[in-house]
Design a protein around this ligand. Structure first.
Ligand code: PMP
Length: 416
């Protein structure tokens, strides 16, 4: 027998499994609302225009160093631009900063990662080994991979109730109650900075303020997952508001940010991301130790992040003209998603589908918990070839002018 014969079986990854089933389906009317990737009005992938421009520039430059190793930390220019996107150090209007600019920058240690997943994993590894938290508080529901990541990092997982199924919004009271009553100092709290996956329901600014206060009062370590900055609302400031609030909070908080460029640059397969670790003092010795430890973990795993995608992002963010073209591309993507939310909502209202549907309009980003039961999700798949996660999470970007009526009719059929 092989050494590996008795390996344990592993859970299937649902989004990828649903996508696989969709591909196998030969029905011409099939619709894929399963996987979280942007699709155009024709249902095809969209390489951003600005990415094509940056690629052209990079290709023309034909730098002899273009395939050399990056440093273990990654591309420093990329990291500076990436951190600035999150924390906005250089905005002179940001008067809420209590201290000088350089000191703020010094509080953040950044390292390039294998996209958002890699940033989540590296942050988990750092905290698991060196902070030894009692547990990690994970929103219920959440992006499924949070469970895998923290399980593999060997940290006990506990849930806080994130979604109010009746009101179809963020369960603020449940979250505050659970964390106040049960969380302990140095426990980690996973927070989706914007466009919560899978529900599309975010805390309000006032609620974010209370969460920051709670984290501070109880000594919890926030861990932000930032996978949709600019993609959610089309506005980079708005989508990073929660993180900037935590950054400017007094007394100072210490936390992590896992940043992904998969969605907002459409660079899914390039694996571009960064982990930013915010410390309270900005003291040089602390920052150096932090960076050294992050580099040590990365060196032992894969030596350094890939450079192809980060060069594209660096080229765009470092150039005023390309950056404004990127803003237009973000508006194109977020705008189409908003239109499709409206189209689905209008159609359900027109059909007088039983139930309330306004959450489709108020929820934000790629996903919505449309409100179907597991049984209804099964029915809509078998009867109408419409694919979504069993929780009823739909990816709005799978909708377009030619299928939105069909999807609304499918929903109407299974809820009646
Ligand atoms: N976090 C969340 C909440 C996500 O939705 C995703 C993408 N599905 C990621 C992280 C990471 O994606 P990637 O590894 O492609 O950056």
């Amino acid at each position: 027998d092989s050494l590996f014969f008795n390996l344990p079986s592993t859970p299937a990854d649902e989004p990828f499994a649903v996508n696989g089933a969709y591909i196998q389906d030969t029905d011409p009317q099939k619709v894929n609302l399963g996987i979280g990737v942007y699709r155009t009005a024709n249902g095809s992938p969209w390489p951003l225009r600005v990415v094509a421009d940056a690629e052209k520039q990079l290709h023309q430059a034909s730098d002899v160093n273009r395939h050399e190793y990056l440093t273990i930390q990654g591309d420093k220019k990329f990291l500076k631009l990436a951190a600035n996107l999150v924390f906005e150090f250089e905005n002179p209007e940001n008067t809420s900063l209590a201290s000088g600019e350089s000191e703020d920058k010094d509080r953040v240690v950044s390292i390039q990662t294998v996209s958002g997943t890699g940033a989540n994993r590296l942050g988990a590894e750092l905290l698991a080994r060196h902070i030894r938290p009692g547990c990690v508080w994970i929103p219920d529901p959440t992006w499924g991979n949070h469970h895998t990541i923290w399980d593999l990092a060997g940290v006990e997982r506990k849930n806080y109730p994130y979604y109010d199924n009746n009101l179809k919004k963020f369960d603020f009271e449940g979250t505050i109650r659970t964390l106040s009553e049960s969380a302990n100092k140095n426990d980690i709290v996973i927070l989706h900075a914007c466009a919560h996956n899978p529900t599309g329901a975010d805390p309000t600014k006032e609620q974010w303020k209370s969460i920051a206060e709670l984290c501070q009062a109880k000594g919890l370590i926030p861990f932000f997952d930032l996978a949709y900055q600019g993609f959610a609302s089309g506005n980079l400031e708005q989508d990073a508001w929660s993180i900037r609030h935590f950054f400017n909070f007094t007394p100072r908080l210490e936390f992590c940010v896992a940043q992904s460029f998969s969605k907002n640059f459409g660079l899914y397969g390039q694996r571009v991301g960064a982990l930013h670790v915010v410390n309270s003092t900005g003291c040089t010795e602390t920052s150096q130790k932090l960076l050294a430890n992050l580099c040590h973990l990365v060196r032992g795993e894969y030596s350094m992040a890939p450079r192809g995608g980060s060069e594209i992002v660096r080229t765009v963010l470092g150039n005023r003209k390309l950056k404004s073209k990127w803003f237009e591309d973000l508006m194109t993507m977020s705008g189409r998603i908003l239109e499709m939310r409206k189209a689905l909502y209008d159609e359900l209202i027109r059909l007088q589908t039983p139930g309330g549907w306004s959450h489709i309009l108020t929820q934000i980003g790629m996903f919505t918990y449309v409100g179907l039961s597991e049984k209804q999700v099964h029915e809509i798949r078998s009867r109408h070839h419409i694919y979504m996660l069993k929780s009823g999470r739909i990816s709005i970007s799978g909708l377009n002018e030619s299928n939105v009526k069909y999807v609304a009719q499918g929903i109407d059929d299974v809820v009646r």
